[in-house]
Design a protein around this ligand. Sequence first.
Ligand code: ADP
Length: 592
Amino acid sequence: MSVQDILISPYGGALVNLMADDAEREGLVRRVKGLPSIQLSPRAMCDLELMAVGALSPLRGFMGQADYRSVLETMRLAGGTLYPIPVTLPVSSLDGIQEGKGVAIRHAKNNLIAVMDVEEIFEADPREEARLVCGTDDDEHPLVAEMKAWGKYRLCGPLHVVQLLLHPDFPELRRTPVQVRSRLAEMGNPNVVAFQTRNPMHRAHEELTKRAADEARATLLIHPVVGMTKPGDVDHYTRVRTYKTLVENYYDGGKTVLSLLPLAMRMAGPRECVWHAIIRRNYGANHLVVGRDHAGPGKDSRGHSFYGPYEARELLTRHQEEVGVHALAYDEMVYLPEEDRYEEATRVPAGTRTLSLSGTEVREKYLAPGIDLPRWFTRAETAAILANAYPPLHKHGFCIWFTGLPSAGKSTIAEILTVLLMEHGRQVSLLDGDVVRTHLSKGLGFSREDRDTNILRIGYVASEIAHHGGAVICAAVSPYRATRNQVRSIMRPGHFIETFVDTPVAVCEQRDVKGFYAKARAGEIRDFTGVNDPYEPPVNPEIRLETGDVTAEENARLIVRYLESRGFLLNEKAYRDGPPEQAAVGDAGGAS
Ligand code: ADP
């Protein structure tokens, strides 16, 4: 008897393994030379990765039409096994793909992942699939919105997996079902509680998981999703850093396993909850923690929750004997400040003071203004990781994009602004049009095409700087509205600050710092903006400056005040006094 036999058996009896062995792999690599190829979407890549190592057992490949229809209509595979979620391979065109032939399955970067012997090609209707699986065809549902762009054909047939995608991040935590089972079995307890999450774990989750493991007298498998979750979720790099420190510092290492699951969530609420249970069974768990609104995507376009708060746990409870994984149902945990402990909200006597924070409060009341999250809410290590990943606005990058005629005053104001921002403690890059043309855009001329190329290069570099927390100031004529808007579109929304230096051409011409206006008038320079080349002023710039009666320094200070009002700079008083006092934390506690 293998040590793993102490755990619940995989769903369907045995773990599927689709990985080709060395000899088979050589044959496959030779065989693909003559085959048509498809590229996997990130979702299909996750599905294939899980299937290859048995996490979706008993599935041996993407579903064919009989299984697909049966899953949609009855939540069962054609053979009768309970299976709530369709797992199919959509493609938009068939270019040489035929039943009875092979197809090479590649990752988006073209490396070969697998070969499928195509047995069946069928067409599917995403609207029907959405209604039956997600219970809705509302586009606010992230999967429903995504499905509408899937190809209409679905491919099915035996899969031979050559290699899986390499994940260089957190390799020590990426374990297959066999590896997780062997870890769990070593711990010697046949009972295993799995915890599914797509969010950072705070004290409430810690209490919940510890309570669940105690009540089931079980080993705890913390099994966060790192494939695809709901768009807008905290990225998995940040989340996994919180899980690691939490498990290392606050859990019993002899009874806890942390492992990452490259699952592409469907956000399909009740059906997804049953799927999560089946998947966790394959990893050796016989209990699953199910909180409120498990795998729910929030509100639909009319403001109603897609699923009832207890629908998921009810569906799993109804099928738990068949799935072999019991639902451990918990209500939302709240903090009782008087007793310094957590309790399920439904068990708290009426009138008791409780504290909790919603995700929105965490972002808006704490992370955005740079206030430390309270210790009752989250561990210090988690607070520090989140504060670092979600810096307050005054640590965000931004781009001041000057536009205006030659000699309008862009460079002059930009240089003063650079100094003022440095005085505020910001890292600043100045990309001046004239300077950029001596290296990054060397050789480009002044045709419409070359001007656009120049601006887009500056915009690309500026967006990289701004994305990574730098303040970047760009000072180039940038005469075309559409091109400026193109640059705006690659910046983080709200972080591109178009600043129109609105100096009339007559004034610019009078200044004529470099003598170009005179040369243009004399016909010595062609294509000179303002004289014989167009300038399209911004329609709605964030900032408009006049340079007739306002000095360059005054204009630079106007921009500083604008940045303070937007939160990108601490205002001068706050700057002297340092960041907001932490004493404010208690008041913002969000009593519920
Ligand atoms: P651009 O970068 O827009 O081509 P420059 O900053 O190189 O323009 O040139 C503007 C010229 O106008 C400079 O010589 C500057 O000293 C002068 N100037 C006069 N008044 C102002 C003002 N209020 N703001 C900016 N520049 C001014």
